[in-house]
Design a protein around this ligand. Structure first.
Ligand code: PMV
Length: 357
């Protein structure tokens, strides 16, 4: 329990509405393995995305029943979705000690995504970041004055209690989550902005190739659990710590070659961890590998600084500087879309985090 983020209980009979938008993010150094209440076993570093977002509106009014839990309704894309209730109830149980005023409110939550449903894009990061931003905005209206930094950290802290990676969706363009002895201000409790970034990385592009639009074959919670007792876990956590520190410097220096080396190695290591856990999983599909090989060949032949990262699934994030887009995009369209399910892809780039709507 982190007492810094506990809001005093106020029985304010308040009502109103908050609408917030939050982006998804893609980890360059991966978080895979957790302990305690959604705390990471290693630090991670991510790009905040721009167009892949969730928008959430929370309408609130006094709850007459004065229960000890949080009363809510939840709509996704305009439809009442009780199947989301167990996850949301678990989230509210976790955050209630930090926002006790929620038990005297009734919430009407409605949420929608900018990216198509079942596109294989994990929406938990943007979803919990948007919800946390709305809840913090409600708290702001009743709580004592605090600094802007405090509110950003609290938003990240609450989002983390929904989904670890959501902690990194609050600001941009790049975020570090997880404490690291060499990175000042870094914390396991919330993500912090990585401020020193060379101009080249400030408008980096991410073309997400949708190889498999299905549900995740391995849920994040199952995946994180597989790192417990994993024979290579300790070495992996240590390696991730080193990669976070190195990548933080590489981003400041604008060293593209080192960037590519670290980012691709991180993606393959995440998948290697899954392939060597018990039980084991292969989350790449044959087309994932075709795309990776095509990227390597294109990079070798044209010297274009394009590389890839992967999430816990088959889709490929193709990463490149904006100035290379005129060369990379036509190549993606001509050579890579055949490997995508129904030719589907999403064009995104580095973004700035949550915003009030
Ligand atoms: O936030 P979670 O619990 O869904 O975990 C995310 C894990 C990865 O997406 C695979 C890596 C990461 O750091 O985002």
């Amino acid at each position: 329990m982190n007492s810094d983020f506990v809001c005093p209980k106020v029985d304010a009979a308040i009502s109103g509405k908050e609408s917030w938008q939050a982006p998804s993010n893609i980890a360059l150094v991966k978080y895979w393995g957790k302990y305690g209440e959604q705390l990471p076993k290693n630090s991670s570093l991510s790009f905040t995305l721009n167009k892949s977002t969730t928008t959430t509106t929370v309408a609130y009014k006094p709850n007459d029943s004065k229960g000890t839990s949080v009363g809510f309704r939840f709509l996704f894309e305009g439809q009442e979705r009780v199947d989301f209730h167990p996850k949301l109830e678990a989230f509210f149980t976790r955050i209630l000690p930090y926002q006790p005023f929620l038990s005297s409110l009734e919430l009407h939550i409605s949420s929608s995504n900018s990216f198509p449903h079942s596109s294989g894009i994990a929406s938990s990061a943007s979803a919990y970041a948007a919800l946390a931003a709305a809840l913090v905005a409600i708290e702001k209206s009743i709580a004592p004055e605090r600094s802007n930094l405090y509110w950003l950290q609290k938003t990240s802290f609450l989002a983390r209690l929904g989904s670890g990676s959501a902690a990194r969706s609050i600001e941009g363009p790049m975020m570090i989550w997880g404490s690291h002895p060499q990175l000042k201000e870094s914390s396991n409790d919330f993500a912090v902005k990585h401020a020193a970034i060379a101009p080249l990385f400030q408008d980096f592009q991410d073309c997400i190739l949708l190889v498999d639009k299905g549900q995740k074959a391995v849920s994040s919670s199952l995946g994180h659990g597989l790192m417990q007792g994993h024979p290579f876990a300790a070495a992996r956590f240590e390696q991730a710590q080193q990669n976070t520190q190195q990548l933080a410097s590489v981003l400041a220096e604008g060293d593209l070659e080192a960037f590519i080396r670290i980012v691709e190695s991180e993606a393959l290591t995440l998948h290697a961890m899954m392939q060597t856990s018990n039980p084991y999983f292969v989350l790449m599909r044959p087309n994932t590998l075709h795309i990776i090989e095509a990227i390597w060949a294109f990079r070798r032949e044209t010297k274009t600084p394009v590389c890839f990262t992967l999430d816990a699934g088959a889709n490929v994030h193709v990463l490149y500087p904006k100035e290379a887009a005129a060369k990379v995009l036509p190549w993606i369209k001509e050579r890579l879309l055949d490997y995508c399910q129904a030719g589907a892809y999403l064009l995104d780039s580095v973004g700035e985090g949550v915003k009030k709507m």
